[in-house]
Design a binder for this molecule. Structure first.
Ligand code: SF4
Length: 348
């Protein structure tokens, strides 16, 4: 087993430059991308630390993770819509040391892995595998939402991503799915890699959503802002920001305040502040729950109603839901435990 999942240390020249300007390897950007093998291998023997969200177990078609299931009653009426996460590549423009999918993302070509995930074994899906997923979507009326993920879907070559997105757009027009989201960190990892064709392709989607992974205000550079502006103006995308709470990077009320306010100024809504997932190679980044809730509680009153749309979330370790952490400063709550969507108790 590699000391830190399979994550290679691969950093774009653009990010290297940003790291140099923001305190170097120990600065808030450097810590996110520069490997610290001693820390990353410290918990490699911990059971369940490779795939704590149980994604491999929930893969039902090539790259398709179906955890948030829809429901259909006996009369055939959809009573609850479901959504799939579709991992279409294992490549990113740089690799975040705390990546939840380090068991598959960025693996070098010859590396053997125990993961059963399709993209742990290939960089891209075949035409047949893509067709299998379209067929699945046609035969599951309870699935109305697709979240493209990976890796980073926007790093995929134009013909490949075009095939996937145009196929989804067709299904959207036919009424098989309603919502298409794209998870990406490319505007942060390497804004110059976002090209005109990306904007035009996403413009084909009806009401596209981009889930932007961004963790620190220094990531919102002029180049990144320009790319995000183009996605909003050319693709007519709604951009929602997802931020991972990371010790040493953004575990401060002032840092998160600056990030959320600046995102809001750019027309981007802070959406999730995510507790760091318990992959073994990233435990040194986890902010203890009591401290995280305290920061969160102090931050909320400082934000406008738009900036405070974010929820502080725990992605449940064995894969049963995203549970919002209540504001400890407003309610008297026991932050040491919570229940997931199936009613199971967990300790923080
Ligand atoms: S961008 Fe996302 S998928 Fe890629 S390395 Fe970072 S956390 Fe992992």
């Amino acid at each position: 087993m590699l000391p830190h999942g399979g994550l290679p240390e691969s950093i774009s020249p653009y990010l290297l430059d940003l790291i140099g300007k923001t305190g170097g390897p120990k600065g808030p950007i450097g810590l996110q991308f520069i490997a610290q093998p001693e820390k990353e291998k410290r918990y490699s023997k911990v059971k369940g630390g490779l795939d704590p969200l149980n994604e491999d177990l929930h893969e039902i078609a090539p790259g398709v993770i179906y955890k948030y299931r829809g429901k259909i009653n006996k009369k055939g009426t959809v009573t609850q819509y479901g959504r799939i996460l579709w991992t279409v590549t294992r490549l990113c423009a740089s690799y975040c040391r705390f990546c939840t999918r380090g068991r598959e993302v960025g693996l070098p070509p010859m590396h053997k892995t125990n993961s059963t995930a399709t993209i742990a074994h290939k960089f891209f899906l075949s035409d047949e595998e893509i067709e299998q997923v379209f067929t699945l979507l046609k035969s599951h009326p309870e699935i109305n939402e697709v979240i493209l993920s990976g890796g980073d879907p926007l790093t995929a070559p134009e013909p490949y991503l075009t095939k996937i997105i145009q196929g989804l757009v067709k299904l959207q027009k036919q009424g098989h799915i309603d919502i298409i989201r794209i998870g990406s960190r490319l505007p942060v990892h390497n804004p110059s890699a976002v090209k005109g064709w990306h904007y035009k392709l996403l413009a084909e989607i009806k009401n596209p959503y981009i889930m932007l992974h961004i963790n620190h205000p220094a990531e919102l550079t002029e180049q990144t802002k320009e790319v995000l502006y183009n996605f909003r103006k050319i693709s007519l995308a709604t951009i929602l920001a997802q931020t991972v709470f990371l010790k040493g990077v953004n575990d401060s009320e002032d840092t998160l305040h600056e990030l959320f306010i600046n995102l809001t100024k750019e027309g981007i809504r802070p959406y999730y502040l995510l507790n760091n997932d318990p992959v073994y190679w990233a435990r040194h980044f986890t902010v203890p729950m009591k401290r995280a809730a305290k920061i969160w509680g102090k931050l909320r009153p400082r934000l406008s109603g738009i900036a405070d749309t974010a929820k502080f979330i725990i992605d449940v370790a064995d894969g049963y839901g995203k549970v919002a952490v209540p504001e400890g400063n407003s309610w008297k709550v026991d932050l040491s435990q919570y229940r997931d969507f199936k009613g199971k108790k967990h300790r923080t």
